[in-house]
Design a protein around this ligand. Structure first.
Ligand SMILES: Nc1ncnc2c1ncn2[C@@H]1O[C@H](COP(=O)(O)OP(=O)(O)OP(=O)(O)O)[C@@H](O)[C@H]1O
Length: 260
């Protein structure tokens, strides 16, 4: 896993709020290798969402650079950016906010296949069936409205949609935070399976260190807009070096951090 897929270099982003300047991102640098899951963890307000929004080009950085699949990601525009977006997909906390809740599942999955021309039109229905199977949903769920699904099933549809364009990187921002604990466990297992079988790299963002630990090869810890610690997931949990990481470890119930 040494091929660098994503490199974030000296990224900074400030906001002005009530006359004060907030450094939401302060010289952030990190890399993700092809097929690697990097967990990004930090307390509320540490800058995680700002980083994901800048990475997804939903928000412009003040300074810094991002290389993705060997290209200058922040310089891409127009058709070239739209094409490249197929390679970096996202899963958010609330799938209902991400797609039309009245739409049927097959419509939600057909959109990326059509927009990015992933397979010819006559193969899209079988591709949708394959995607549903891949995320553990029966093929006849294609005809159900998204609104009729449970939270976990909706998140499976969101993951199916994200992998539909055959991305090399998934950005998951608090993707399991709204799910109850058993459903959360199953979605985390699905993500680990997908990552192993399809070789997709993930940036897995959460405020919850136990969740991040369950899926990540490496963990980066954010505090006050900075990356204050990066290391193998097991080391960051077992021997945190920064105050921010120590506080996050202390917040995890002991049962989760102790080896079985
Ligand atoms: N649009 C904005 N205008 C002003 N300040 C902002 C804006 N967006 C974020 N901030 C500030 O930037 C800092 C980082 O926020 P960010 O949402 O990135 O943190 P976070 O780690 O994702 O937190 P949370 O887990 O609560 O979402 C915070 O101090 C926040 O108040």
């Amino acid at each position: 896993m040494s091929d660098v897929l994503l490199s974030i270099e000296n990224l900074s982003k400030g906001f002005s709020s009530s006359g004060r300047r907030i450094a939401a991102l302060d010289n952030v640098s990190l890399t993700i290798a092809a097929g690697e899951t990097l967990g990004l963890v930090g307390a509320s307000g540490s800058g995680k969402s700002t980083l994901s929004r800048v990475l997804l080009r939903l928000l412009a950085a003040d300074t810094g650079a991002i290389g993705f699949e060997g290209e200058d990601w922040l310089a891409l525009k127009g058709a070239a950016l739209r094409r490249k977006r197929a390679r970096m997909q996202m899963v958010f906390q609330d799938p209902l906010a991400a797609f039309n809740p009245l739409a049927a599942v097959d419509t939600v999955l057909d959109d990326p296949l059509r927009i990015h021309d992933v397979v010819p039109r006559d193969r899209r229905a079988s591709e949708i069936a394959m995607l549903l199977e891949r995320v553990g949903l029966p093929a006849d769920y294609a005809f159900r409205p998204v609104r009729s699904l449970s939270g976990g099933q909706r998140q499976r549809v969101a993951i199916a949609r994200a992998i539909a364009t055959r991305p090399s990187l998934l950005v998951l921002d608090e993707a399991v935070s709204a799910l109850d604990v058993t459903v959360r466990g199953r979605i985390l297992e699905l993500l680990v399976d997908l990552q192993r079988e399809m070789g997709i790299a993930c940036l897995f963002i959460s405020h919850d260190l136990a969740v991040v630990r369950a899926v990540s090869h490496r963990i980066a810890v954010m505090d006050g807009g900075r990356i204050v610690e990066t290391g193998p997931a097991a080391s960051v949990v077992a021997a945190p070096q920064s105050d921010a990481a120590r506080a996050l470890v202390a917040a995890v119930p002991r049962l989760v951090t102790e080896p079985s």
